[in-house]
Design a protein around this ligand. Structure first.
Ligand code: AMP
Length: 192
C-alpha cells in the first residue's frame, strides 16, 4: 500500500458498491438522456439497507439529526421513509398535483420542457422544524430547488438535502437559491 492511500471507510465502501450496481440506460425517457436505473439497488435488500445506513450516517456527520424528512415523489419516498423511521421523525411526501387531499401548499417550477408542480398538506411541516429533503437523483437541481421553496413556504428550517446520487456534470448546485443549502447538499454517489 502506498503511503498516501488509506482504507475506505464503511460509507465509502457502500458508495462504491452502490455506484457499481447502478445501470445506465441510454436515451430514456427521451433521446439524449442517460437514465440512472436504481432498480438493482432496490432489488438488493442487503445493499439498500446498508445504503440507507450510510446516508443516515452521512447526514448525521454533516448536519445532525433532522426533525422531519421530506421525500420527493416518487423515488424519494423509498429511502426517505426509511431514514425517517430510523430517526423516528415524521416523513412528509411532496407530491405531484392531484394526489393529496385537504388544504395544500403548491410550488410550480420549470422543467427542461414545460413546467411541473409539487404539493404538500399545509400542516404536515410545523414552522421551525429542521427538515431534510431527500430524492433519489440530483440532476439539474430544479426539483430539489422547488422542494426547498415549498418547505420554506411551510416555515421549515431547511437543514439540507441528501440524494443517493448526483450528476455533478450538470452543475445543478450552481443555481441554488438558498446559500446555506449549497453547503449541505449531500450525495452518497457522484457521477461526472
Ligand atoms: P432534476 O430536477 O433535473 O434535478 O431532476 C431530478 C428528478 O428527475 C429526480 O426526481 C430524479 O428521479 C429524476 N431524474 C433526473 N435525471 C435523471 C437521470 N439521469 N436518471 C434517473 N433519474 C433522473
Amino acid at each position: 500500500m502506498l503511503l498516501n492511500q488509506h482504507p475506505l471507510n464503511d460509507i465509502e465502501l457502500c458508495a462504491q458498491e452502490v455506484k457499481e450496481c447502478i445501470v445506465d440506460v441510454e436515451d430514456f425517457p427521451i433521446p439524449g438522456v442517460t437514465f440512472k436505473d436504481l432498480g438493482p439497488l432496490w432489488a438488493n435488500s442487503n445493499l439498500s439497507k446498508r445504503a440507507i445506513d450510510a446516508m443516515v450516517q452521512m447526514v448525521e456527520n454533516d448536519q445532525g439529526v433532522p426533525e422531519c424528512v421530506v421525500g420527493i415523489e416518487s423515488r424519494g419516498f423509498i429511502f426517505g421513509l426509511a431514514m425517517a423511521q430510523h430517526w423516528q421523525v415524521p416523513f412528509v411526501p411532496f407530491r405531484k398535483p392531484g394526489k393529496l387531499p385537504g388544504e395544500l401548499k403548491r410550488v410550480a417550477y420549470q422543467l427542461e420542457y414545460g413546467t411541473a408542480e409539487l404539493e404538500c398538506q399545509v400542516n404536515a411541516i410545523k414552522p421551525g422544524m429542521r427538515v431534510l429533503i431527500h430524492d433519489d437523483v440530483f440532476a439539474t437541481g430544479g426539483t430539489a430547488r422547488a422542494a426547498i421553496q415549498l418547505a420554506d413556504a411551510c416555515g421549515a428550517e431547511i437543514m439540507g438535502c441528501a440524494f443517493i446520487l448526483s450528476l455533478d456534470g450538470l452543475n445543478g448546485q450552481e443555481h441554488w437559491p438558498i446559500p446555506v443549502v449549497e453547503k449541505s447538499c449531500l450525495s452518497l454517489v457522484h457521477f461526472i
